[in-house]
Design a protein around this ligand. Structure first.
Ligand code: ING
Length: 281
């Protein structure tokens, strides 16, 4: 997997990129689709060190190429004196330094084994809800934020970063074509995928880079549709295959200004006193 990511990283550098965004759980299969009884079988998928022995070559290549990257992975850590497990993403700058970390907050699916499903979605069983909020950091010449997969469907995700002035939201996703609880939604998977990212971008005057782990993984078809979306809400680049495909765009972060300073000037136009129900319910 690391070899495939390095190949894509070299391709991106060849196109003059400063930053590459990789998918959610990019180092492993989307293992929440399976029910595991034994903790040691679950722990097989988690990284204890980042970089660790398997991922160090990715960090080394990024430094050699002078390119930054964002990557999603399953994080195991001892924190507050106990084992914690998160669905995590990190932002790594051109010097190979981890400059930001995010832990997925909106965990979809279910916690108990549901054998009648064609496949499981056990993120609530294998991960804790993230405890880092949605940080926005100065990096790559702008204000950079991250979220992960299901987070992109919730407007609160973008607004928490929007209130911090975010200029680019990077996210990876593993979205099955088929959603067992609501098969009637399947035909709309691609539409909903872009709908939520385009609205998040426009309503917060930010770029959004959404990157799919796409194609058939362990017999489960995952949607593609990776896209680079401008603060206008327009898709400026989009994948058209479900293979290892690179899309590239020149993302001028100053394109955020015309939205942040006018129609979505939060200081002038928002009415937070009227929104209490959003956090009190
Ligand atoms: N996956 C899916 C997502 O939010 C899902 C869950 C699947 C939602 C199908 C709706 C339809 O894109 C993850 N990993 O959050």
């Amino acid at each position: 997997m690391v070899g495939r990511l390095i190949h894509l990283m070299r391709d991106a550098k060849g196109h003059g990129c400063d930053l590459v965004v990789f998918p959610e759980l990019a180092l492993t299969t989307f293992f929440p689709r399976w029910f595991f009884e034994r903790q040691e079988d679950i722990d097989f998928f988690f990284e204890r060190d980042m970089p660790g022995p398997e991922t160090q070559p990715l960090f080394d290549e990024a430094v050699r190429l002078e390119i930054g990257f964002q990557i999603g992975y399953a994080e195991a850590v001892v924190e507050d004196g106990r084992e914690r497990r998160f669905n995590t993403s990190i932002l790594v700058d051109k010097s190979g330094l981890i400059v930001s970390k995010y832990r997925k907050i909106h965990l979809p699916g279910h916690a108990a084994h549901e054998p009648e499903r064609p496949f499981q979605h056990l993120e609530k069983r294998y991960f804790e809800v993230g405890n880092l909020s949605w940080p926005v950091v100065h990096a790559f010449g702008g204000l950079m934020g991250m979220c992960i997969c299901n987070d992109r469907r919730w407007p609160e995700t973008y607004r928490v970063m929007g209130l911090q002035g975010v200029e680019m939201v990077m996210l990876g996703y593993n979205t099955p074509v088929h959603n067992p609880p609501a098969p009637e939604h399947d035909r709309l998977g691609w539409f909903h995928n872009h709908l939520v990212m385009q609205s998040g971008a426009y309503q917060n005057g930010t770029w959004v880079v959404g990157v799919a782990k796409a194609g058939n993984e362990e017999g489960c078809e995952l949607i593609g549709g990776s896209a680079i979306i401008a603060p206008t809400g327009e898709i400026v680049a989009q994948c058209v295959t479900s293979g290892d495909e690179l899309i590239v765009a020149r993302c001028d972060l100053d394109l955020c200004k015309p939205y942040k300073e006018t129609i979505f000037n939060f200081a002038i136009h928002r009415e937070p006193e009227q929104y209490r129900m959003i956090v009190e319910r």
